[in-house]
Design a binder for this molecule. Structure first.
Ligand code: FES
Length: 168
């Protein structure tokens, strides 16, 4: 379900407060009156900070005039949006069809077990978080895992410790 209803009347404050960088403020100013603006603004905010903090949600509400409850309604409806800060190194395990059939499910469980975290958690040192993703476009290398900008293919569970070690 897409949010296609811009804030009625929209906020005209346009203030660059709340720690938002100028580019994000400009983006919100440009989008806040357009249909579907909330989704676009949330995407841009997560792209900027890696997640959407309470502070960011409040700032978006202030800048757009969209009630905070509605902002949170959209954030929680779409699993894509994160409300907790990700690890310094974002681990993404592919659970697209090819990867799933080659053991992607076991891989993500093993990755979380090795790092001692549950879904949505970050390691105590703040280095790693583990998310599932759908097809990252290299199915021939299934199963695939991405750490930051690095892609690892044809993975086996016993390869994980050596890979994580590179980022510590
Ligand atoms: S299904 Fe995993 S890369 Fe395509």
């Amino acid at each position: 379900m897409a949010d296609t209803n811009a804030a009625a009347g929209g906020c005209t404050c346009g203030e660059a407060e709340g720690g938002f960088p100028p580019a994000l403020v400009a983006f919100i100013d440009e989008w806040k009156q357009k249909p579907g603006c909330l989704i676009m603004i949330l995407h841009k905010t997560q792209e900027t900070f890696g997640y959407i903090s309470r502070n960011s949600a409040e700032q978006i509400s202030r800048m757009t005039g969209i009630p905070l409850a509605r902002v949170y309604g959209v954030i929680t409806f779409y699993h894509f949006f994160k409300t907790t800060k990700p690890g310094k190194h974002k681990v993404s395990v592919c659970l697209g069809t090819a990867c799933y059939l080659k053991g992607g499910g076991d891989l993500i469980e093993e990755a979380r077990a090795r790092l001692g975290i549950k879904p949505g958690e970050v390691t105590k040192d703040g280095l790693f978080s583990v998310d599932e993703v759908r097809c990252v476009g290299c199915c021939g290398l299934a199963p695939v895992m991405v750490v930051g900008q690095d892609t690892y293919g044809k993975l086996k569970k016993d390869m994980l410790p050596g890979i994580f070690e590179k980022y510590t």
